[in-house]
Design a protein around this ligand. Structure first.
Ligand SMILES: [Zn+2]
Ligand SMILES: [Zn+2]
Length: 348
């Protein structure tokens, strides 16, 4: 099937219109027309080869919402017209212990990424959601529950599940004391999801000017990390800290804020962090951890949870041809809080 979208042809090229083929349907494939696609920080990093493993041309996009247009003969769960979604992965081995547990994101043979991955059968590069159509095997297609606004749901597929998964791993519920560092695409979802689970949520910020935003998103308080007195008073007062900052930074000021056996989980930054002292970890039995996205079953659970609680990201809708400007604005953190591309704006 011929389709079209936007691709970067080299690491220093701007994204531009691109025509390409989607594979013919395999028996267990679902084909969809893409209606909306969120814009994630990793789209920008991979378009520019910041991590050193980009394949070109690259079509980014892994926060995808669409409508089924065709299904293969073995597909049982979806039919033409269904509202569906696809996140950061489109395949895995389906055999290993992690896949069998529903933790496909941790597949022992690595999951297949929605873009800049390699198809497990043809070994051709996968191309993502900045496009009109997509073909994905049934097992990696999510259902968008009735009642969830299709135009706003897309960022749940990466920013949503990346923050929902650690909240579930560390059993956050009513009364849990959760702090969120960084108030961007991931951070604002962490606040909404933790509040939706009944936690007491604190936003950690260098300056007090995010107080109104934090409270509007559902937080109970803002702790100013440059205020030494307030930081000292907050020692040992959190069960979980979700650190969503996307660039290299020092996590040590936050470690003392953890209670005994509590965890600081990094979800935003991939790469080296500043040197750490083991003092807070050893003396307080505190933990420093990381977490990726969740598995397919948990991603569906998250979508259903958001529909039930009416939790949606704050989105700024853009046209496909505004993507380069959106990348530049995202680099300056000039977005509240996630760009979403309206694919109706993408014309051949
Ligand atoms: Zn992402
Ligand atoms: Zn596997």
């Amino acid at each position: 099937m011929q389709t079209f979208g936007y691709a970067a042809k080299t690491a220093d090229a701007r994204l531009a219109p691109f025509t390409f083929e989607r594979r013919a349907l395999r028996p267990n494939d679902v084909a969809m027309e893409i209606l909306y696609c969120g814009v994630c920080h990793s789209d920008l990093h991979q378009a520019r080869n910041d991590w050193g493993f980009s394949r070109y041309p690259i079509v980014p996009g892994h926060e995808i919402v669409g409508r089924v247009t065709a299904v293969g003969p073995e597909v049982t769960r979806y039919k033409v017209g269904d509202a569906v979604a696809v996140g950061c992965m489109v395949d895995s081995c389906q055999q290993c212990d992690q896949c069998r547990k529903g933790e496909e994101q941790l597949c022992r043979e690595s999951n297949t990424q929605t873009y800049n991955g390699l198809d497990r059968i043809t070994r051709e590069p996968t191309l993502g959601g900045y496009a009109k159509h997509l073909v994905v095997r049934e097992e990696f297609v999510l259902r968008v529950p009735a009642g969830l606004d299709l135009a706003k749901a897309a960022p749940l597929l990466c920013a949503g599940i990346t923050t929902y998964s650690p909240l579930r791993t560390w059993n956050v519920g009513p009364g849990s004391r959760v702090a969120v560092v960084g108030l961007g695409g991931l951070g604002h979802m962490a606040v909404k999801l933790a509040a939706g689970m009944g936690a007491d949520v604190t936003v950690l910020s260098r300056t007090p000017d995010k107080l109104v935003d934090a409270l509007e998103l559902g937080a109970d308080a803002l702790l100013v990390s440059s205020d030494a007195k307030a930081m000292s008073a907050a020692k040992s007062s959190f069960d979980l800290i979700i650190d969503t900052i996307p660039v290299r930074h020092d996590v040590s000021p936050y470690m003392m804020l953890l209670d005994v056996d509590a965890t600081l989980v990094i979800v935003g930054q991939v790469g080296p962090i500043d040197e750490q002292s083991t003092f807070p970890m050893i003396l307080g039995r505190r933990r420093l951890a990381g977490s990726p996205i969740g598995g397919i079953a948990q991603t569906q659970e998250m979508l259903d949870f958001c529909a039930k609680k009416n939790i949606l990201p704050d989105c700024e809708m853009i046209r496909m041809d505004e993507i380069n400007e959106a990348f530049e604005r995202m680099e300056r953190s000039d977005v509240r809080y996630r760009f979403v591309i309206d694919m109706a704006s993408l014309k051949e």
